[in-house]
Write a protein that binds this ligand. Structure first.
Ligand code: AMP
Length: 282
């Protein structure tokens, strides 16, 4: 696996590959890699000629400096995981490579950035767009691979592709969430859970299944209330438990039986905040 730290170096390397018409697949990450991340690399490998992974802990998407400082950094293990997954090239920039000057761009994300993760983490999606915009400019991928685990983030990146001149040909691939055997969505934050908490954390997945199994046309408030209670009984402090239009992410309280839906949960187990989602309709 090639490892590049400097923008000019990766660009001149990739230019040679694009001139041979090779399809470049890109998997942006913040490191602390697990099987969820490597599933994206493998998917890209299966569809592209060259797979580029990046590891960059993006400061502009953290509204809480303590969260940024606490973010796990495991680069040696990440390199091994990427090699084992067959990644061709790792881009490992410093903050000064990505932001030679502070980014002042603002992205027209509409209500996508004010609901759910956007409302709990103000500025998070603007920061996410700043880094993905910059990474796309550098890597110039033909395809990007993102995890459904971060459903709202996938929608934001799709929007970024739609609204940014030059990005319109980037193909967006949403890869299903990789889960532990008990259903817990893999996440770098799971490292902060004890064994007992990890077992308990699967309640989020069970709650999503409950919502899927009990979905029926009409008022959704009762199933949402039961879902909330399930999480509280299991020791969670829910941030949100919601059902939304799968395309617009506007919350749906009364279902017409046809609109595609997604259930979204964010909940704290002690101080660890976990998120997960499930598409409820076929
Ligand atoms: P992160 O490093 O957390 O920013 O994530 C990098 C990419 O990996 C994002 O597209 C995530 O959605 C994706 N990802 C994280 N966890 C999982 C998972 N459990 N299954 C599939 N993709 C994931």
């Amino acid at each position: 696996m090639w490892i590049f730290k400097r923008v000019a170096d990766i660009q001149s390397f990739l230019q040679k590959r694009t001139s041979k018409n090779e399809k470049i697949g890109f998997v942006p990450t913040m490191g602390a890699l697990h099987e969820g991340h490597t599933s994206l690399i493998k998917k890209s490998k299966s569809e592209c000629d060259i797979t580029v992974g990046s590891v960059f802990v993006n400061p502009t998407q953290f509204n809480d400096k303590k969260d940024l400082d606490k973010y796990p950094r495991t680069i040696e293990n990440d390199v091994i995981a990427l090699i084992n997954a067959g990644c061709d090239l790792l881009f490992l920039p410093d903050v000064s490579d990505i932001y030679p000057e502070p980014s002042v761009k603002k992205y027209a994300l509409g209500t996508l950035e004010t609901v759910y993760e956007g409302s709990s983490r103000p500025g998070h999606f603007q920061g996410g767009c700043q880094v993905v915009d910059r990474l796309f400019e550098i890597v110039k991928p033909d395809a990007v691979f993102c995890g459904q685990k971060d459903y709202q983030q996938c929608m934001v990146i799709s929007r970024l592709i739609d609204i940014t001149p030059g990005f319109e040909n980037i193909e967006m691939n949403i890869v299903p969430t990789t889960r532990e055997e008990n259903g817990l969505a893999m996440s770098s934050r799971n490292m902060r859970l004890s064994d007992g908490q990890r077992a308990n954390a699967a309640t989020i997945y069970q709650t999503l299944i409950y919502l899927k199994e009990h979905l029926a046309q009409g008022d959704l408030s009762n199933i949402l209330k039961s879902a909330y209670e399930k999480l509280v009984e299991a020791g969670f402090k829910p941030d949100y438990v919601s059902i939304a239009d799968a395309k617009t992410l506007q919350s749906v309280e009364n279902w017409d039986g046809g609109t595609p839906l997604v259930a979204l949960i964010a909940a704290f187990l002690e101080e660890v905040r976990l998120i997960d989602n499930m598409v409820l309709t076929d």
